[in-house]
Design a protein around this ligand. Structure first.
Ligand code: ZN
Ligand code: ZN
Ligand code: ZN
Ligand code: ZN
Ligand code: ZN
Length: 349
């Protein structure tokens, strides 16, 4: 209210200042007129020389009185302008933006422009009361969440805003029926009915562990005639799916007698042919133990099929045989029936 009055009261004082100034100016003009009249009068009566002295004296007096009056007027004007600014009749406005509750306002003179914006109301919701989106003022209370209990598949949920709390309960199945067995290579599946919601639920049965079998030789070690051993490989496979679960190298340390038996076997094989059995017999005859002789026959690297061929050849060179006779002879030498038959085949019988 007081803001509205100020401009009009300012207007009055402006008028007042102007009036005062006008009067002063009028007064000055009046006195100028008077002194010029006096000057004219003096000019007609007095001689020129005297006139000159009198004139300068009068002009000086006049000038002094003029100067005093102009000074007074200027002082009054300055005071009036000061008062006008001091009372905010004149103002270099500094506008503050309009807000929800006030229009655009000068922070110095508080003059206003336009209208206040009014609040920008947002409705109350679960977590906030009704509030102004611009200035944040709140009215009333928040609504609060409307919680709905968790189910098998959904967590506790607010019906109004959809906010959730915790986790779903998960289905409650007591009796599972296996529809597919799990193995060590594939997961299985089971089925059941949920006690809470009645839904048929399918669940994965995790893959089973492998079933390790015994260690077995995947690649035997080899020994050359000089007694140099190349390690072999042992593996442990799953009994169910056959996957190799573990593997390791293995080797042997040869005893002196094994080493000697091996050298002897190589020696024999270099000038004659033998079956596995006849080679052992020969080495035993030489004085080696059955174990050392067997070890040497096992690791001498001979191919017994090739030995059967060579043996058949040597028999055919010294005598003539029927197929059955030759096979008999080869079996007598210790070859297996397969090896003996192969020997007979190889010489065309
Ligand atoms: Zn202002
Ligand atoms: Zn507001
Ligand atoms: Zn809610
Ligand atoms: Zn359920
Ligand atoms: Zn397996």
């Amino acid at each position: 209210m007081s803001d509205d009055k100020k401009p009009s009261s300012g207007g009055e004082s402006t008028d007042c200042a102007e009036t005062e100034e006008t009067e002063t100016v009028a007064e000055t003009k009046e006195s100028e007129a008077v002194s010029s009249a006096q000057q004219e009068e003096n000019g007609t009566e007095t001689p020129t020389e005297n006139n000159e002295g009198d004139n300068s004296h009068d002009t000086h007096k006049l000038w002094n009185s003029l100067e005093g009056k102009i000074g007074a007027v200027a002082a009054v004007v300055i005071i009036v302008i000061g008062v006008l600014f001091g009372t905010h009749v004149f103002c270099v406005h500094h506008w503050a933006k309009a807000t929800c509750t006030s229009p655009r306002t000068c922070i110095i003179c508080h003059r206003t422009q336009g209208k206040k914006l009014g609040h920008y109301w947002l409705p109350a919701d679960c977590e906030y009361p009704k509030r102004c989106g611009r200035c944040g003022i709140e009215v009333g209370k928040k609504l609060g969440h409307k919680w709905e209990a968790a189910t098998c598949t959904e967590p506790t949920t607010c019906k109004r805003c959809g906010k959730t709390k915790g986790s779903p309960l998960g289905h409650d199945v007591t009796a599972w029926k296996t529809t597919k067995e799990a193995t060590c290579t594939e997961s299985g599946e089971q089925e059941g009915t949920c006690n809470r919601c009645g839904q048929t639920v399918t669940q994965t049965i995790p893959m089973q562990e492998h079933t390790p079998g015994d260690w077995e030789v995947a690649k035997d070690y080899t020994i050359d005639p000089a007694g140099y051993v190349t390690p072999g490989l042992k593996v442990r496979k799953c009994k169910v799916c056959g996957k190799v679960l573990e593997q390791q190298e293995y080797t042997v340390e040869l005893t002196t007698s094994q080493s000697n038996a091996l050298a002897k076997a190589a020696d024999y094989l270099s000038f004659s042919s033998f079956s596995h059995e006849s080679l052992i017999r020969q080495l035993e005859f030489e004085g080696y133990s059955t174990d050392d002789a067997t070890f040497a026959a096992d690791h001498c690297g001979a191919d017994w099929m090739v030995q059967a061929e060579k043996k058949a050849q040597s028999y055919m060179e010294v005598s003539s045989f029927s197929r059955a006779g030759l096979i008999n002879q080869l079996e007598f030498e210790g070859f297996t029936p397969d090896q003996a038959a192969h020997g007979a085949d190889s010489v065309g019988l």
